[in-house]
Write a protein that binds this ligand. Structure first.
Ligand code: F6R
Length: 241
């Protein structure tokens, strides 16, 4: 696992964007795994800038998002589908047919999750995956548990996740209690992984990760220690606390 410490959020975002820009240039039909939340917003801004100013081409890029809240439709202001449009997809030339986000309104969630996994396999797997990290060590919505599932599935969100994510809703009551998440299998089969963390509230979990020499489902991010190509980019606040 490679650790890169950057001065601030802007330089963390820029360093991450450079990895994505290079990868897209090398493989224009790359398959990306994408995260939502506060952390990647700056990186998406950088990618949009390079698209607008230098013509970075997303027309052949395929994307799979990590997760979506159960019960929220794509046009719900707090859904991850809406977030992706707003923060990224509406500003680049990605082909809508190449965008895959779990459907929070799927009638048969289990079938939908199975199909999501199959679509990732049919796309040849994820070439480059972007992850954030929860204060509890979750990646995507693989929350700390006795065992972690390999497959995409519906999960109950940890209370700390509900509390932290309530900032994206009008009230904590509005935060869905369940979500669809990409499983640990698709994550760990990704060819390259970039994990971003910024801010003092992430320093505790980043310290834990950097000290960690065991994998444990109690700290889902610890499984990244088994992966051969993970780059963790953090700002000084997340690194030093
Ligand atoms: C989001 C996701 C989550 C977030 C994590 C950190 O798609 O899968 O694991 O990456 O909860 O969220 P932020 O960036 O808001 O601190």
């Amino acid at each position: 696992m490679k650790i890169v410490v950057k001065k601030d959020y802007e330089s963390m975002s820029k360093a991450a964007s450079e990895i994505f820009i290079e990868a897209i240039k090398v493989k224009p039909d790359i398959t990306l795994g994408l995260a939502t939340g506060s952390t990647p917003k700056g990186m998406y801004k950088e990618l949009i800038k390079v698209h607008k100013e230098e013509g970075l081409d997303f027309s052949k890029v395929k994307t799979f998002n990590l997760d979506e809240y159960v019960g929220l439709s794509h046009d719900h202001l707090s859904s991850y589908g809406y977030y992706m449009d707003n923060e990224f997809f509406n500003h680049i030339n990605v082909d809508r047919r190449n965008i895959f986000i779990p459907d929070g309104k799927a009638k048969d969630v289990e079938k939908h999750c199975r199909e999501y996994d199959e679509m990732i396999i049919n796309a040849g797997g994820i070439d480059l995956l972007l992850l954030g990290i929860g204060v509890d060590g979750h990646i995507a919505f693989n929350e700390p548990a006795d065992a972690l599932s390999v497959k995409a599935r519906i999960v109950r969100l940890a209370q700390s996740t509900i509390e932290v994510n309530s900032r994206f809703f009008n009230s904590i009551e509005e935060v869905p209690k369940t979500a669809i998440t990409m499983g640990m299998g698709s994550i760990l089969k990704s060819k390259k992984i970039v994990l971003l963390a910024n801010g003092v509230n992430k320093s505790h979990v980043i310290k834990k990760l950097l000290k960690q020499d065991k994998v444990t489902p109690k700290l889902p991010v610890s499984f990244l220690l088994l992966h051969p190509d993970v780059t963790v980019i953090v700002d000084e606040l997340a690194y030093n606390g």
